[in-house]
Design a protein around this ligand. Sequence first.
Ligand SMILES: *Cc1c(COP(=O)(O)O)cnc(C)c1O
Length: 395
Amino acid sequence: MSNQLSDRINSVTPSATLEMAAKARQLRAEGKDIIGLSLGEPDFNTPDYIKNAAIQAVNDDYNAYTPVDGYVELKNAIITKFKRDNGLQYAAPQIVVSTGAKQSLYNVAQVVLNKGDEVILPCPYWVSYSDIVKLADGVPIEVPSSIESDFKMTPQQLEAAITPKTKMLWYSSPCNPSGSIYSKEELRALADVLKKHPQIIIVSDEIYEHINYGVTAHASMAEFPDMYDRTVTVNGVAKAFAMTGWRIGYIGAPAYIARACNKLQGQVTSGANCIAQRAVITALTESPTRIQYMVDEFKVRRKLILELLNNIDGFTCNEPEGAFYVFPDVTAYFGKTLNGTKIDNASDFAMYLLENANVATVTGDAFGNGNCIRISYAASEKEIREAVARIKAAL
Ligand SMILES: *Cc1c(COP(=O)(O)O)cnc(C)c1O
């Protein structure tokens, strides 16, 4: 029988970052020594004080279904965190805990978008945004940027992208993949455009909030009173707390959106994992200074990888202010033939590095920018040195 799958799933592109990781795993299984700089995952373990909270929760018999939108104690910890770190006031009905920030984003798309609604995605954007939008029958509208504007969207670009069909604006700050951070002033300038278009809901993905190297202070769109009622603030513990596999994310949102997300996940997951939720109460209640050692380490590696990459002809790097990626422009290589391989685009380039340098990176195409590749520096200093040396040799 021919393909009986839905048009919906056939329209989805597999996650490029997960695909690259799978390809790297396969090459490793064949005996190749691959350095993986493709995944967005800290190479630290979850801190002991958080692990101990989970062990305690198991022993305290937290094993039943939780409230669909999260334990009351966790929602309270999230409310306190939003106030402490972001100056945002949320009440319990505005908070929904989900199975990772990825599900938080998926929920919001499902409950807000109708067929044909347009979602503005400043490029480069996180790999899953466009497919999450498509799964909700929305239409991703990519707004290009380049290294010259530090990969940020200007208010003029935003204005020009808005049509009567625009329903949402989605962005991450700090940005995965560029590491760029919108300052409070830059967000205000975007808000001044959005103010004229009250139908637009804003999704502010702040999952890298704590991984900030101190150049630009973190700011939230919901801080502005005229944006608060139309902004969904998305956050999670995966990145800053080294808890990717625990799968806990959350939103602070207008109550009607939170209620709809709650209803949706009541039919889909029945809520997030109970033990992980208990551990996250501790993660969010303790001071963020307890995870600063990881941020300090990323900062050292960022400096190292920038120095090393800037030593390679043809790499043009921005200076990321947050997250743990560099997003070099590699257009200087397009049209060239290296080792008998023609490089026409960023995908060719990333594949060339995988096959000739044994280093896994991700093509910028996956993030809506075909001039760049994403390199994660959530790896040891030794791996970073070795990877960049191999890249240099292969080029
Ligand atoms: C990793 C990531 C997410 C997903 O986080 P999970 O909690 O692991 O689902 C969401 N947004 C961005 C920008 C990310 O990099």
